[in-house]
Write a protein that binds this ligand. Sequence first.
Ligand code: RB5
Length: 146
Amino acid sequence: MKIYIGSDHAGFAVKGFVKELFEKRGYEVEDLGTYSAERVDYPDYAAKVARAVAADPDSQGVLICGTGIGMSIAANKIKGIRAAEVHDYYTAQMARAHNDANVLCFGERVVGQGVIESIVEAWCTTKFEGGRHANRVAKIMALEER
Ligand code: RB5
């Protein structure tokens, strides 16, 4: 499983920390930017990560901005993407278990490093439950065709 990670300036400070958390768990992580704390526009990085994930079914994405909101809104515009903005262990766990989310979004201005560690743990250890949730996720994806 490959991870594509991206942030804007407001998520830049923790991006390296998050990358290391995934690498320690054995993931290959590709950093698609931003590469400094200089102000940038988050949709540009959401698009880079979301397009990479959409092109590689055996991958997931991680997007960090100030709140996680803008990144999730932008990433969900790309076909094939289910980006979930999470706040804690439970929401990260449910994003995988019920929504089969393939892009993890959160806000550097919202969560501290301890919560980020628990978010990554939940994300990495939770599998999609399928079953009744598979039909619901299929209905979400069908909305792309309308
Ligand atoms: C940047 O100031 C901020 O708006 C951005 O990082 C993000 O929080 C948007 O949703």
